[in-house]
Design a protein around this ligand. Sequence first.
Ligand SMILES: Cc1cc2nc3c(=O)[nH]c(=O)nc-3n(C[C@H](O)[C@H](O)[C@H](O)COP(=O)(O)O)c2cc1C
Length: 445
Amino acid sequence: MEQVEFQGFGGIALAATAFGSPENPPVLLLPSLGQVREFWFGSAKALAEAGRYAICVDLRGHGDSGHSPDGHYELDAYIGDLRAVLASLSSRAVVVSAGLGARVAMLAAGEGAPHLVTGLALVDTNIWVEQAVVDRLGGAMALRTASFDDPSKIVDAISAAYPNEPRPSLTERTMAAYAQGSDGQYAWRGDVRALAAASLPDLEERLSEAAARLAAPVTLIRGSLNETVSAEVTQRLCALIPGSEIAEIEGAGHYAASDREDDFNAILLDFLERKAPRQPLTFIRGSEPRVLRDALGCFGTGVTIVTTINEDGEPIGLTANSFTSVSLDPPLILFSLARSSANLETFEKAGKFAVNVLHIGQQPAAGRFATRGVARFEGIVWSQRDEGGSPLLEGSLASFDCTTHAIHDGGDHLMFVGHVDHATFEPHRDPLLYFRGKFRRLHFA
Ligand SMILES: Cc1cc2nc3c(=O)[nH]c(=O)nc-3n(C[C@H](O)[C@H](O)[C@H](O)COP(=O)(O)O)c2cc1C
């Protein structure tokens, strides 16, 4: 554990404690409004043990961080601080944050800097808040301006603000936000002006727009009994953030990260291992095939629909990106068909096939021809060069009409080599691409 200091927006000093080796990938842990960095120490230790460099930072005006001399505690000041901290790290970080910290992280990354972070774990995060909840949060904030003669009264006051949630335990981290004065009273450690951060209702639009623009993996973690962040709003937020996921901690209120620390850490570590793995993943013979598939997914390809005609003269087809050119003289191409394909026998018997290279407008077709149990050819305009010929999809970027030249064993696939009898192509459209498990399009910088 090491004390570090960052320069925030406008040069304000931000106090931080770091755990683990700085050589490891960084994870920045940002507290919620009114909380101090000690809140995250337990998780930070677990992260360090799991090979991460975990840095807990105090927000401006909180804990040991500097106070803004002219009272700059508006949201943009917090955002500026976070951006400054992230920019000073040697590599891009995952940010773990709750409440205000989470909103600051969403805005810092979502407003024009989507690649600022490699992932976000947002705890107890809501961007649409009912007035009743705002009032209750106000009540919780009043805790910070009161002083207490006994630490247990702090927990009483927190518990009164969240009457239907499990009573939080009196831990060092709860107490870390308070200091005992010479009068023996415990008072919140910070600049009370910092507690007046921008109110949620004014931010809904800004937060929704930022959330929709997040590009890094996001997990939304909530205690199942959290009163101020319901399951519904979490689902709504999840629907807004592309590719995000929800993890719920059963039986926990909004102090899940501290009171159910083991459950919380397990969720966090699982998210990091899946979405921000420490080292490039390695495939060795005998490993999970999925890892090899992910490695192969680093090779960007075009997308085709391979077609043929069955014995009843009906069109058959499936999406395939295993298309490869083989030879110019003789003109040969190939694609690989999974032995598990429902159409394996048809392709083997037909003695012919066509490969239709797709353009970006054909992405819906690419999705449909990779799905079982749907009428794949419905709404698709196609033709044949002659009766019984393979279906050529209208508008394709290119279509290669082939006679089957050879079928080779290819493990769990069969390699169909085709002799190209006829090829047409359309030079003006952009190709549909496939890379790392997603459809993509060309982007010229
Ligand atoms: C982008 C993409 C590429 C694919 N490439 C192949 C491929 O090369 N060979 C293959 O057998 N399946 C491939 N598939 C999977 C098939 O399209 C999918 O399993 C389909 O349901 C098979 O249908 P079938 O069993 O009716 O033949 C691909 C799927 C997608 C989305």
